[in-house]
Design a protein around this ligand. Structure first.
Ligand code: GDP
Length: 392
């Protein structure tokens, strides 16, 4: 009987204890955000600082209308730990990627110029080769005239001297002494800002990611701004790059948000987080030229309220030839370009577009894309390029 009473008592105690434990909880579920500290509706700071420093705040940017920015992407831990090589010198390492160019106009020119007793028809073929390589009418004609004069005056003969002549003339046409340096790195407590523009599909987002990776490898902190708000996929792609390379990404939380607002927020966070360089990816829709001009102009003006735009880099697909040049012109009208990133140079046997686009825009090719890998972006070096297209 005693045992029965003790057993009943134990059951009652257990029931009370279980009831206590299962009572409705007032605590928030794990993972839910804490109550806002400020007035109702005020957004929380969220995310942790990666290389970019402080986390962002959700909110709208005054005067810019509608873009509601999420608390940015949490600072990622870089997934890739190996240090990428510096941008300078990469072109020599990747010269094999210019293999298609080696079978292209450089070697055709060498063959034609080496012909004994080069006649008028031969010179016409040389000019046609230069034009077909996308050099442009003016530069092709100029190069031809120089070659003709030199062959006549110096009486060049033999493979080596022809090669040396072509090499020096091509390097001169490309411009050996042009300043191709990227003006990056912070100004006091302000980050450098790079605006990346160009038609969709040229390799803009990829270039932003590769550049961020190279700069981070060089010891800089980088923040990426996804101001192509028209395609969620573009922001997702940039975010993937950010996670890969250890750069924080500021993006809008819905399509069609104001791109200038995102750019402004990215720069503001870059300043707060004492980031070295902010790279802003933009949309490249060409079908509304006026809209594009308004948009890029506005993005630049808005950024300049907080920082200096150090570089406006136009991304151009080397395989698009004259069509690419037309696009370049439209962008140059919309915003002052400071340099060109010529992508997909690994996919063309032409390469003369380097000369044509520089002539067209009056700004240097600073970087070239030589493949889809994370380190396939190189500082453009004319001598290495010409060496590669003429073959060793
Ligand atoms: P965006 O629309 O201008 O941002 O273009 P993306 O960055 O999405 O690139 C479009 C495609 O081009 C992707 O498949 C890239 O991998 C590819 N791409 C970019 N740069 C290069 C390059 O230098 N060489 C090659 N072969 N492909 C590239």
């Amino acid at each position: 009987m005693e045992y029965l009473i003790i057993a009943i008592a134990v059951v009652i105690v257990l029931a009370v204890a279980v009831g206590f434990l299962l009572r409705p909880s007032r605590r928030r579920p794990s993972g839910a955000p804490p109550s806002p500290p400020g007035p109702a509706g005020q957004a929380d700071s969220a995310g942790t600082a990666g290389s970019a420093g402080t986390a962002g705040e959700a909110g709208t940017v005054a005067g810019l209308g509608t873009a509601t920015l999420p608390p940015a992407v949490p600072g990622p831990a870089p997934a890739e730990t190996e240090v990428p090589p510096p941008l300078a010198g990469r072109m020599a390492r990747l010269r094999g990627r210019l293999a298609r160019s080696q079978t292209g106009f450089g070697s055709v020119l060498l063959g034609l110029l080496s012909r004994p007793g080069l006649d008028e028809q031969g010179w016409e073929q040389i000019e046609d080769t230069l034009l077909a390589a996308d050099l442009g009418v003016g530069p092709a004609h100029q190069l031809m005239t120089e070659l003709r004069t030199q062959v006549k005056v110096e009486g060049v003969s033999g493979g080596d001297s022809v090669r040396a002549l072509l090499q020096s003339d091509l390097i001169e046409a490309i411009g050996a002494d042009i300043d191709r340096s990227l003006h990056l790195g912070p100004h006091g407590d302000r980050p450098a800002v790079v605006l990346v523009v160009g038609v969709n599909g040229t390799g803009k987002t990829t270039a932003c990611g590769k550049l961020a990776r190279a700069l981070i490898g060089d010891g800089q902190s980088v923040l990426l701004g996804a101001a192509d708000t028209f395609r969620a996929a573009a922001a997702d792609q940039l975010e993937t790059w950010g996670n890969r390379v250890g750069a924080r990404v500021v993006r809008a939380d819905r399509e069609d948000a104001d791109p200038a607002s995102v750019a402004f927020e990215a720069v503001a966070e870059g300043i707060d987080g004492r980031v070295d360089t902010v790279i802003v990816d933009t949309a490249g829709r060409l079908h509304t030229k006026t809209g594009l001009m308004d948009e890029l102009g506005k993005i630049k003006r808005v950024i300049e309220k907080r920082a200096t735009v150090d570089e406006v880099l136009l991304v151009l697909d080397a395989t698009t030839g004259q069509n690419g040049l037309r696009q370049a012109r439209v962008f140059a009208e919309a915003v002052d370009i400071t340099g060109i990133i010529l992508t997909k140079l690994d996919g063309t046997a032409k390469g003369g577009i380097v000369v044509a686009v520089q002539r067209e825009l009056g700004v240097p090719v600073k970087l070239v894309g030589l493949g889809e890998g994370p380190d396939d972006l190189a500082a453009f070096e004319p001598a290495t390029f010409v060496d590669a297209i003429l073959g060793d």
